[in-house]
Design a protein around this ligand. Structure first.
Ligand SMILES: [Zn+2]
Length: 270
């Protein structure tokens, strides 16, 4: 499942191809993914020039010189491919540039989404309205985290997955950061000391930054040989490693809440 680092790397790969490019062909190949694809997507994007690409949480943002912004989410299985060798049933949106590059949004499970908003008020749209700060941005620090967690009896893991508290964190990186910070996932969010929250903020930044770095820094790195963007192999500290050794010498355990697995080390996470 694509998490923030995969989206960041995907946006970097798309930027290498799309920034400054004219979109000569925009072809949705079905009416919907998780949500309907705007019926005027083709008309509003064809002939436009891409002026900027960025990321907010796990959303990719593609801005054009017409003041439009395409907002995409990769869902569970979405990926952009550059110059794919062939177009199949799971390629739901094709975009061609004036330079002759072909991009395809491929999403077998169709939990992803494509929307089109006006760039000037994109933050007023549904997923972004009450979204918390970017974990790698300047507004995410231990003072502000302490303020929003104050009095919260919910677990720190659930709190970090709450997009209003911090944006874009998913199960994998929450497990990894809690292990790095030595904090038990079940600990009450409002009962963690400021010094430990500072360690947690550092750990969140560290695990995300390391993953983004692992995604590389050039289009050659971002794109696998088949043109697929944003997916790269990573070494986890605890995620998916039940029964294996933690860095502390303890054994990684797994618990399941609401169908979601939490991996942690009972030895070093308190
Ligand atoms: Zn450990």
């Amino acid at each position: 499942m694509p998490e923030l680092p995969e989206v960041e790397t995907t946006v970097a790969g798309l930027r290498a191809v799309l920034q400054g490019s004219v979109l000569t062909r925009v072809e949705p190949r079905r009416a919907d993914l998780r949500f309907p694809i705007p019926v005027d997507l083709r008309q509003r994007l064809t002939g436009a020039t891409v002026t900027g690409l960025s990321r907010r949480a796990k959303y990719g943002l593609v801005e054009t010189d017409r003041g439009d912004m395409m907002v995409f989410h990769l869902g569970m299985s979405g990926r952009w491919r550059i110059d794919p060798a062939e177009i199949g049933a799971h390629d739901h949106l094709l975009i061609e540039t004036g330079a002759g590059r072909l991009l395809s949004l491929n999403d077998p499970r169709r939990f992803g989404s494509i929307d089109l908003v006006r760039a000037e008020d994109w933050q007023a749209h549904a997923p972004f309205i009450r979204m918390g700060p970017e974990p790698l941005g300047p507004d995410f620090d231990s003072a502000r985290l302490a303020a929003v967690l104050k009095g919260k009896a919910t677990s720190i893991k659930a709190a970090l997955l709450d997009q209003r508290i911090v944006a874009g964190l998913g199960n994998i990186y929450v497990c990894e950061a809690l292990n790095m910070a030595g904090i038990a996932p079940t600990r009450a969010a409002g009962k963690i000391s400021r010094p430990r929250l500072a360690l947690l903020v550092d750990a969140i930044r560290a695990v995300l930054s390391a993953a983004i770095s692992a995604g590389g820094s050039t289009l050659r790195d971002y794109a696998r040989p088949d043109g697929e963007l944003g997916y790269f192999s990573k070494q986890w500290r605890v995620y998916g490693r039940e029964g294996e050794s933690c860095a502390c010498g303890g054994t990684v355990a797994r618990r399941v809440d609401g169908g979601r697995s939490t991996f942690f080390c009972p030895n070093c996470q308190k």
